[in-house]
Ligand binder design. Sequence first.
Ligand SMILES: [Zn+2]
Length: 337
Amino acid sequence: MITVFDDAQRAHDPQFFLSSGARKPCPEQPARIDALLGAVRRMGGPVVQAPDAGLAPILAVHPARYVTFLSGIYERWMRIDGASAEVIPNVHPASRLDGYPLSAVGQAGFHMTDTSCPISAQTWGAAYASAQTALHAADLVLGGENAAYALCRPPGHHAFAESAGGFCYLNNSGIAAQRLTDAGRRVAILDVDLHHGNGTQGMFYARGDVLTVSLHAHPERFYPFFWGYEGEFGEGAGLGANLNLPLPRGTGDAGFLDALAQGIEKVQAWGADTLVLALGLDAFEGDPFAGLSVTTPGFAAIGRAVAAMGLPVVIVQEGGYLCDQLGDNLEAVLRAW
Ligand SMILES: [Zn+2]
């Protein structure tokens, strides 16, 4: 399998993370790349860098004012007397249908759903490279590859069309799905990250042309809290094109694989001809987020179940945090192809 990777993704290095209000080191660190890339190198497949496909395929799912915000807010923030070293929001609208301010502080609150998506001088470049990485993996599949792995970082599935959140800025899986849809494919996004793919769901919620399915720790006691419940089926043209499979905290391989079988059944019933696998590895029993208890053999079984669908697949890296088995878990999934 071809891996797509861009070293420019390393430059983004958030300085802290607020967990229950306490300041901690950010788990979404550049070192994640070394663990994931190490696994890819052990497997021995080709690693290629994405060509620059430009902004147009990003603008196909993210409005221009959001892209303008992401690419320019750091410089604007630095002009504020006494501002923090990274852009961190501290005021939010009750609804994003509310007014759109001119102020950098106001726009940060508008476009950032939480404090875990700080923006430094390097963030836009890394997020852009991450999106290009997913796009190229989609193009490889459109060119006839059976599967391609996009080693994306920062991740993307918590990014809505107009807002960053949860370590995510541009929705790489959504951008890849749009690329495939524009080429005539009927696309399903299957998200197996520990956390609900709220940004991806939101991006396609009113659309009937892309199916979104997410397995995750139940949001009633877990991030992202406000999305990911069983009753969210889509709206308007998208009604029936979203499926959430929330799992009790601590669910292990058997429960996860049962839910995965339901998700796969939905993808097949919907008639997808191409799959985007939003591959988080943080459902692992040893992941620092400690939400679910999937084992390394469990990840191998996840890979086999998805590969057995026989669909062309763009595998997009989402979460999965530093622990000794991070690379092993990636390898366990990718070996299925
Ligand atoms: Zn996650």
